[in-house]
Design a protein around this ligand. Structure first.
Ligand code: 6R9
Length: 663
């Protein structure tokens, strides 16, 4: 990358606030600074040590077999059962009465607390019921459910019998479900009649019926559909296929002996979008994945026995897999599982839950934080959030302003914020501060955690010097790495390993910068990096500048084609409620002028947006990622492309109508 890159990206380095770990946390921290050295000296030894936190039916003979890269085998010869590790062993250790899940349904008062002993019974029953439905080790089971305890129980029941699950987010369409059913040849689907979202019951079963039909059209037959009754709404029933959970599971025996599976036995397939249309089925296996998720959850969240943990992700995403189900439960945690949206029945719902359950560790996404900033601090301020001792962030770069707001307003300036970088493919957190060791910098994910080797490299794969930007790569294999793309080894090699093939580096598409201290700033996908007059500019950097303006709630920036400059900066901005006037056009143009000036001041003339559009919403995927491709369509005056993966497909209409009417 050019010097100019460094010059413009250097803006992020103006961020000079530092937050030292709280003394008490540092003193009792799970991981201390020496872990970095230990792991660097003997990486495999370090990972062998981490594997000891699990219970193995048979110990491994070899930590890593990397004789056939990029196909890794971890804990070769080891055998274990993931569900036994997440449930039974805690009961056997006398911790059966500890609450595993504090379930909070969206309807107020609909709560249920489940102990580890109860969870053991439920998982055993579900394992027996799935076996009765014909599911055997190796068969795939699709899960299409709301955030209810049965979803967690089903995942663990699948793991218990060695049937890889594929959880499909409940907000996905029947088409998306059908293609996944077909791709992984799912034998059984577990679903519910519906769930509660935004104050009302939404349905799920009709989409499963449709998807089953569509999959049949693609030549794949789903044999059984197991249905939880959650809302009690009417469902169309086919006796030859559909089975009620309360018939099959609740009548099943609560005793079930878990079988030990090979460390490399497939645990699950998680579909994620790539640069092409067809989603990739990311395959994770048992031993390495469980080691990675349990170790990172313990180290990055500094987990203690009396913590109450809450991750707001949906189990339909990898974050829900690694940091609701496998990591936390392997560690025997007490956690909150919440079914609904943050603003139902009213905006303070999340803070009510934190107050009620005394949540100590909280993990959410920047997009949520920014929407709370937009609503104003009065809402969280009205609740007692003093139980919180650590906050986490995941999913996209966190703007320094959002980080500081999160730490200050939600964390009362007591809590470290851990900005955790990782991906569906990495299986667990790769880059993050350690809360008892690292002085946090707002906006920086800081360093690879002990055991992980990451670098920022140039086009040729050479490590860039401090103060420069480049491509983020992982230079050594790690236990929770994806093993392949389901059914497509070739695509696996091409997508992740071909860019720096000779060096054997893993590359999954993010750009990053090393600051002058050598700390890492993830800049977002490399396809989100713009090139304006030969200068590379990060969308994130300009978004952060916009969000640092008091009138701005949220911003998305894209590079639009420009005759003069190659690409030009186009910004879409949501104003804070307090800054939204009556929409008069001169008032709007004043704000736009003010914001252009602000970006110019914050970053420099090169970053000044050619265009700033005030919009009511931004197009986001169901996991909260801004779909810049669609904004690029608007900025380049093209017809807007495929909107089917948007959480709300009407958003683009809202944006286009608002812009053409001048609002
Ligand atoms: C866990 C998850 C992965 C992509 C990743 C990157 C972005 C995630 C981030 C982050 C900056 C962070 N990303 N965490 N960017 N800072 N802390 O989100 O997985 O859905 O597969 O997305 O998300 O671009 O490549 P996934």
């Amino acid at each position: 990358m050019s010097e100019k890159t460094d010059e413009t990206l250097a803006n992020l380095l103006k961020e000079d606030r530092r937050f030292e770990p709280p003394a008490d946390l540092a003193e009792h921290a799970n991981l201390t600074a020496d872990a970095y050295d230990r792991a660097a000296e003997d990486r495999e030894g370090f990972w062998a040590e981490q594997a000891e936190r699990l219970t193995w039916a048979q110990k491994w003979d070899q930590v890593l077999d990397w004789s056939n890269p990029p196909f890794a085998k971890w804990y070769v010869g080891g055998k274990l059962n993931a569900a036994y590790n997440c449930v039974d062993r805690h009961v056997e250790a006398g911790r059966g009465d500890k609450v595993a899940l504090h379930f909070v349904g969206e309807p107020v008062g609909d709560t249920r607390s489940i102990t580890y002993a109860e969870l053991q019974d439920l998982v055993s029953q579900a394992a027996n019921a799935l076996t009765d439905l014909g599911v055997a080790a190796g068969d795939r089971v699709a899960i299409y459910m709301p955030m209810i305890p049965e979803a967690v129980v089903t995942m663990l029941a699948c793991a218990r019998i060695g049937a890889p699950h594929t959880v499909v987010f409940g907000g996905f369409s029947s088409d998306a479900l059908a293609s996944r059913l077909e791709d992984c040849q799912a034998k059984v689907v577990v679903t519910s009649d519906g769930g509660y979202r935004r104050g009302s019951a939404s349905s799920l079963k009709p989409a499963v019926d449709e998807a089953r039909e569509k999959a049949a059209g693609l030549g794949h037959t789903v044999e059984k559909v197991l249905v939880v009754r959650r809302t009690g709404q009417d469902v169309v029933w086919d006796d030859s296929v559909d089975v009620w959970w309360h018939d099959a599971v609740e009548s099943a025996s609560t005793s079930h002996t878990p079988e030990a599976f090979d460390a490399e036995h497939p645990l699950y397939v998680m579909y994620t979008s790539g640069t092409t249309g067809k989603p990739k089925g990311i395959l994770h296996t048992t031993g390495g994945y469980l080691v990675g998720s349990a170790y990172t959850h313990w180290a990055v969240f500094d987990l203690k026995d009396d913590d109450v943990y809450w991750c707001t992700a949906d189990i339909g995403w990898v974050t829900g897999h690694s940091y609701i189900v496998y990591g936390p439960l392997a560690n025997g945690v007490t956690q909150v599982l919440y079914e609904g949206t943050p603003d139902s029945p009213e905006r303070g719902r999340w803070w009510d839950i934190i107050e009620q359950y005394g949540v100590t560790l909280f993990y959410t996404a920047p997009t949520a934080i920014r929407s709370f900033m937009k609503q104003g601090r009065e809402i969280p301020d009205a609740r007692d959030l003093s139980s919180l001792r650590l906050l986490g962030s995941v999913g996209e770069p966190i703007n320094p302003e959002a980080y500081v707001w999160y730490r200050h307003v939600i964390g009362g300036d007591r809590t470290p914020v851990v900005d955790t970088w990782w991906q569906t493919e990495t299986g667990s957190i790769m880059i993050s501060p350690l809360p008892g060791v690292t002085a946090g910098k707002p906006g920086s994910a800081m360093n690879p955690i002990p055991g992980v080797a990451a670098e920022v490299v140039d086009e040729e794969g050479n490590a860039v010097p401090n103060g420069s930007g480049g491509y983020l790569v992982l230079t050594e294999p790690w236990p929770s790495m994806l093993r392949t793309i389901w059914g497509d080894d070739q695509r696996f090699k091409e997508t992740y390993w071909s860019r720096f093939e000779k060096l054997g580096y893993y590359f999954a598409g993010d750009g990053a910068k090393k600051d002058t201290d050598g700390d890492l700033w993830v800049l977002g996908r490399v396809d989100d990096v713009m090139n304006v007059s030969g200068h590379r500019l990060s969308t994130t950097e300009i978004e952060s500048a916009l969000v640092s303006h008091p009138k701005v709630a949220e911003a998305a920036v894209v590079g639009a084609k420009d005759e003069d400059t190659g690409q030009a900066v186009c910004a879409f901005v949501i104003l804070r409620d307090s800054a939204v006037g009556d929409g008069a056009s001169d008032e709007q143009s004043d704000i736009v002028a003010e914001l252009r000036k602000h970006v110019r001041k914050e970053i420099g003339p090169i970053a000044t947006p050619r265009q700033i559009m005030i919009v009511p919403e931004l197009p986001k995927t169901r996991s909260g990622k801004i779909m810049r491709r669609l904004l690029r369509d608007v900025a380049e005056n093209r017809e807007v492309g495929d909107v089917t993966t948007l959480a709300d497909s009407s958003v683009m209409e809202l944006i286009s109508t608002g812009l053409s009417s001048g609002k």
